[in-house]
Design a protein around this ligand. Structure first.
Ligand code: C5P
Length: 207
């Protein structure tokens, strides 16, 4: 079974997806980490981003491995966040990573998190959730994740990524029509996880 958790930057996707995976005993797939790994490889090697995306071996799990090298920490810098959003606008990069993600999701039980999992990567996912939160709340969380970074610059960075993610010809910020929207502003993680667990129970009853 695949549970797709999509939504914009800072909506709480990774925290929620990890918690849902933990609670249900599913494996967590962080698709954003794959875009980040390609961004890092491209920053280091240059060339066509799509060619880099085709060539690299990416393994995501507890640690993120790029051609066998542990890049878990390196892909979390502000610089790589910006570059990830840029390479993700490249159609060839998306094609390459979507193929890799579909192959990964073929077998087993997954909580897959990203921006386009429910709409593009796994349109047949049994459960699709589109997480949102107010801009203010998203910036607050990101600042906290970054260890108390300056609120205004985090907000500006989020806005830039949203705009970049929404531009180009892609639909990454659009929910799949059959996704259940969940506004996480003001909710605890447990409350959000509880809502998703209910959706999973319902899907199991139907399926
Ligand atoms: O989720 P995360 O912030 O790690 O993603 C980094 C960047 O990768 C995003 O800003 C977005 O541009 C891109 N991305 C994407 N599609 C996904 C996951 C991430 O375009 N499924």
């Amino acid at each position: 079974m695949v549970i797709a958790i999509d939504g914009p930057a800072g909506a709480g996707k990774s925290t929620v997806a990890r918690a849902v995976a933990e609670q249900l005993g599913f494996t967590y797939l962080d698709t954003g980490a794959m875009y980040r790994a390609v961004a890092l490889a491209h920053a280091e090697r240059g060339g066509e981003p799509a060619a880099v995306a085709d060539q690299v071996q990416i393994s995501v799990g507890e640690r993120v491995l790029l051609d066998g090298r542990d890049v878990t920490a390196e892909i979390r810098t502000a610089e790589i966040s910006k570059r990830a959003s840029q390479v993700a606008a490249d159609r060839g990069v998306r094609t390459a990573l979507i193929a890799k993600q579909r192959a990964i999701l073929q077998q087993g039980d997954w909580v897959a998190e990203g921006r386009d999992v429910g709409s593009v990567v796994a349109p047949d996912a049994a459960v699709k959730v589109f997480l949102t939160a107010t801009e203010e709340e998203r910036a607050k969380r990101r600042a906290r994740d970054l260890g108390g970074a300056d609120h205004a610059s985090v907000m500006a960075d989020l806005k830039r990524r949203d705009e970049n993610d929404a531009s180009a010809d892609r639909t990454v910020l659009e929910p799949a029509p059959d996704a259940t929207p969940v506004d996480t502003s003001g909710l605890t993680i447990d409350e959000v996880v509880g809502q998703i667990a209910t959706l999973v129970t319902e899907a199991r009853e139907i399926g």
